[in-house]
Design a protein around this ligand. Structure first.
Ligand code: SF4
Length: 341
């Protein structure tokens, strides 16, 4: 059996049942593929239905406020993805009457749609012969074809996409792409691939040469940099919590506790002085938290205080019961939990 046929018939029998699978709605495919980038499938499963129930169409998402979109994304991380999805969908509504373009070039020009997402929408929703390579496919191809240059390097990327382009040609391109991703997510896992259960083992160079543990060649990652941080958990006398809209790069524009680099009481005092808040800092932090972002490990000293202060567009006090509906960062949720709020 050819490699292509083996993959298709394996997927037909063994594909996992997932809430976002089986749809040909390009908007639904777009949402699920953006969620699946850098987030585990079991986490996405918990968020996808809730998101789609609230924003079932491009129009519904385009009309929603950024805060509402963020509150439905909160917990999935990498918030920049959500902002770009929102922006891209708004453009689809404004420019294409809410219909995701079938033309690959037009699709690629939308905010937040890179080569991978364009390929996923094109192949799965429109059944067009558009290739895709994600982390799972890269691992499968590296092993299958014995690609031994490091992942992420331009020559490796070129080789992987060339293989994807070659393989996607033929009937059922969307199913073929999903089969490759599924194989990478199941049998062809990072550690201990289950080659005995693999439908394409007889085509696989790594399997034949006993090199499955060596491939793919992974570039060394730099560990997240420890970053001492001070944060203020300031509440009004009525118990409303002061939050500020965060740095778009770090927290994707979510609401956060006021925070700054630093580790000492003086650093926290300076943060308080620079904020619109008036209040007295306690002599010691009330809690210490650690929060890992993609490149930084925040080591947070949390100071809790009663304060007052002028409100601004990007700095407000919120009643605790409204926080669940607000786009609040995971770090801030952790801090509120630590303080019993
Ligand atoms: Fe992956 Fe093993 Fe299948 Fe090769 S034979 S593609 S290493 S699971």
């Amino acid at each position: 059996m050819t490699l292509r046929k083996a993959l298709l018939s394996w997927f037909d029998k063994h594909a996992r049942v997932l809430p976002f699978r089986g749809t040909r709605d390009p908007y639904a495919v777009w949402v699920s593929e953006i969620m699946l980038q850098q987030t585990r499938v079991d986490t996405v499963v918990r968020y996808y239905d809730r998101f789609m129930n609230r924003f079932p169409t491009p129009q519904a998402l385009a009309e929603a406020s950024e805060d509402e979109v963020m509150s439905h994304w909160s917990g999935l991380g990498y918030y920049r993805r959500a902002r770009l999805l929102h922006k891209g969908v708004k453009e689809v509504v404004a420019e294409y009457g809410g219909v995701v373009p079938q033309d690959a070039t037009a699709r690629r020009q939308l905010p937040g749609i890179g080569r991978y997402t364009a390929g996923a929408i094109g192949s799965i929703a429109f059944e067009q012969e558009e290739p895709l390579v994600d982390g799972n496919v890269a691992r499968v191809f590296s092993r299958l074809y014995g690609i031994d240059t490091p992942l992420g390097r331009s020559d490796t990327e070129k080789a992987l996409w060339a293989r994807a382009e070659q393989l996607v040609r033929g009937p059922r391109p969307g199913t073929l792409n999903q089969a490759l991703m599924e194989l990478g997510a199941t049998a062809c896992s990072k550690a201990n691939p289950d080659c005995a259960a693999c439908p394409v083992s007889k085509h696989c160079i790594a399997f034949k040469e006993g090199r499955t543990a060596e491939l793919p060649v992974v570039r060394k990652k730099t560990p997240p940099k420890p970053t001492p941080t001070v944060a203020l958990l300031a509440t009004t006398k009525a118990g409303h919590v002061y939050l500020q809209r965060g740095d778009k790069n770090l927290f994707g524009g979510l609401w956060n506790l006021p925070m700054a680099d630093g580790s000492t009481h003086a650093d926290a005092d300076a943060l308080l002085a620079q904020s619109p808040l008036r209040g007295r800092l306690p002599s010691a932090p009330s809690a210490q938290l650690t929060h890992v972002l993609s490149h930084r490990r925040l080591e947070v000293q949390l100071y809790q205080l009663i304060a007052s202060g002028a409100e601004r567009e990007d700095f407000k006090a919120f009643p605790p019961e409204t926080l669940a509906e607000l786009g609040v960062s995971t770090l801030t949720r952790k801090a509120l939990r630590a303080a019993g709020l």
